[in-house]
Design a protein around this ligand. Structure first.
Ligand code: AMP
Length: 569
């Protein structure tokens, strides 16, 4: 397919400020895309060249892209830099420079999507000496072949700033409409996507094999599975209603969820809850797993916590210091970790994802040789409230968040907050407060002591059904002065000039600055009240910032449905 066709669609998407229109444009376009191009086009529309979990980086800096724009247009770099200063955006710079007539170097040939994709792949692959030049030259060749508008998008893709307002769910919606004729079939695409969170694979499967093909998608070692989540309830009675009889209670540890994959060749990959590959952060954990897990091939899950020498739990913030690219070895020594294993999804060629919890956990116990660093999560199987409550109190005393109650017969509901797991946290018992993971979608300029920085952040919950972010509170409390000073810098890369299409906000709440919905914050709130000022129609009262949730992405935030349920709606 000619890349210019995709460019025309991007131009349309860019003008759109409604989520429904985004889906409409995309699905109409997808119907015209040849099957062999659909995976590439799905990735490109998300600003990627492969699934997000493979974390392929094109590795180009702004300076290099500007240099390429200069070469491709036959301009000197000073001129390009000047235009960059005026526009503040590399994409617009590319478009403007290449639009200038006469274009010293005229476009040569036609750029196809396949060629663009292959060249971007080469840019990503280039490494070592001379790679910067190689990357720049490859980019020059692309820019030379594209229209000024095309150059705008290519420049943004290589810098990782293509923001079409489209998320994975938007693409799934559009694929469902384009290839099955019905939006409601997205349910099946999402189910497959939860086990295989690779938009390209889903696109290709639905295009070539239809819904039947999607059904066959199963666990694949080395490819992360979207993690199962827990529901919350207001009272203990509700748990008993949802899960009558015997249940399993496990400690709920405050650490980082990790999904560990080991393939037949012995290679271990660790994935975070956001499905990032975090293997390099935990060389110690990889070593422990190699020694303590007896199966050859597996996918298992657990919570990694930081512990002191005596094995006592350290705070979540301490563990977060292990999130680093540099000085990893030093921090392995400084902050030892332990994994509390609690699930098994695959072992030696067999998928366990649809097996009941009891069977999964029994198989897990079979393959774990316990040690100081690799243990099974504390567990109690019982139907006696008093006994479970005692277990809960013990867990809280040890510094854990509370307990997880699991349905013994429940399957692993990938990517779903289903009723097979229920969380019961210490906050629920003490007072009527709870924490929410919200997405930062805007900010208000500060006044007085906070002038020059942001005074408050506009936060939203995720409406999963509609694939949009609906505001629920203005957050100003709990941020230290130091954090406030850091905020504009930290959020700068997500700043956008207009309201992102999937963000829903009432006129009264329009912020001074908009952000692409990316950053997730944990917020403690005391109450949920009705509110005409927030898109959800409900607001969190007395919200207080607790911490950043780097381990979550925007679509993993608290859902509007959860908040409605908590408010008794
Ligand atoms: P939440 O983020 O509040 O929905 O709680 C779910 C998270 O609790 C999971 O993603 C895990 O990171 C964490 N967790 C801690 N202990 C357990 C456990 N025993 N079983 C499942 N998840 C756990």
């Amino acid at each position: 397919m000619d890349f210019q066709k995709l460019v025309d669609v991007y131009e349309e998407l860019e003008q759109t400020s409604s989520g429904n229109a985004l889906r409409e444009i995309l699905s109409t376009f997808f119907k015209t895309v040849p099957k062999e191009d659909i995976a590439m086009i799905s990735y490109l529309t998300l600003g990627q060249i492969t699934s997000e979990y493979e974390s392929v980086v094109l590795g180009m800096a702004e300076k290099m892209v500007l240099k390429a724009i200069a070469s491709a247009s036959g301009n000197d770099i000073a001129k390009v830099q000047k235009i960059m200063q005026e526009t503040g955006d590399v994409g617009l710079t590319a478009e403007k420079v290449l639009q200038k007539k006469p274009r010293t170097l005229v476009p040569v040939g036609k750029l196809t999507v396949q060629e663009l994709f292959d060249t971007l792949q080469k840019i990503a692959d280039a490494s070592g000496t001379g790679s910067q030049d190689r990357k720049t030259n490859l980019l020059v060749s692309l820019l030379q072949k594209s229209s000024p508008q095309g150059a705008k998008y290519i420049s943004r893709i290589v810098l990782g700033t293509l923001r079409m307002g489209v998320g994975d769910m938007t693409v799934l919606d559009a694929l469902a409409i384009a290839f099955t004729g019905e939006k409601k079939n997205k349910e099946y695409l999402e189910k497959a996507y939860n086990i295989c969170p690779d938009v390209g694979v889903i696109a290709e499967t639905i295009a070539h094999k239809g819904l039947k093909g999607l059904e066959k998608i199963d666990v694949h070692v080395g490819r992360p599975i979207k993690m199962m989540l827990a529901q919350r309830v207001k009272s203990w009675e509700e748990i008993q209603k949802k899960m009558p009889g015997k249940v399993a209670a496990e400690g709920k540890y405050d650490g980082e969820r990790v999904q560990a994959h080991r393939d037949k060749k012995g290679r271990i990959s660790l994935f975070s809850r956001r499905l990032e590959n975090i293997t390099d952060q935990f060389p110690d954990l990889v070593e422990y797993l190699q020694k303590q897990i007896t199966a050859k091939e597996y996918v298992i899950e657990g919570e990694v916590i930081a512990v002191d020498e005596k094995g006592k739990l350290l705070p979540f913030q301490t563990l977060m210091q292990r999130r680093r690219k540099y000085d990893v070895e030093e921090y392995v020594q400084k902050i030892p970790v332990q994994i509390k294993l609690f699930d098994l999804l695959f072992v030696n060629g067999e998928s366990y994802i649809h097996e009941p919890y009891e069977k999964r956990i029994a198989q897990l116990a079979n393959i774990v040789k316990k040690s100081k660093h690799v243990v099974l999560a504390d567990q109690l199987i019982s139907d006696d409230h008093t006994e479970i409550n005692r277990f809960f109190q013990n867990m809280v005393k040890e510094g854990d968040e509370g307990i997880m109650i699991k349905n013994l017969e429940g399957e692993y509901q990938a990517g779903t907050r289903g009723w097979n797991w229920i969380k019961w946290k210490k906050e629920y018992v003490k007072e009527m407060v709870d924490t929410f993971d919200l997405v930062v979608v805007g900010a208000f300029h500060g006044r007085g002591r906070r002038s020059g920085t942001y005074g408050a952040l506009l936060c939203a919950a995720y409406n999963k059904k509609k694939d949009q972010f609906e505001t629920v509170c203005k957050l100003g409390t709990g941020l230290t002065d130091e954090m406030l000073t850091e905020l504009p810098k930290m959020l700068a890369k997500y700043k956008v000039n207009t309201k992102p299409a999937r963000v829903m906000v009432k006129k009264e709440m329009e912020p001074d600055v908009w952000f692409d919905p990316k950053v997730v914050v944990e917020v403690l709130a005391a109450e949920i009240t009705k509110s005409p000022f927030h898109a959800l129609g409900l607001a969190l009262r007395f919200p207080r910032f607790i911490r950043y949730r780097e381990d979550k992405n925007a679509e993993q935030a608290t859902t509007t449905k959860e908040i409605q349920e908590m408010a008794g709606k």
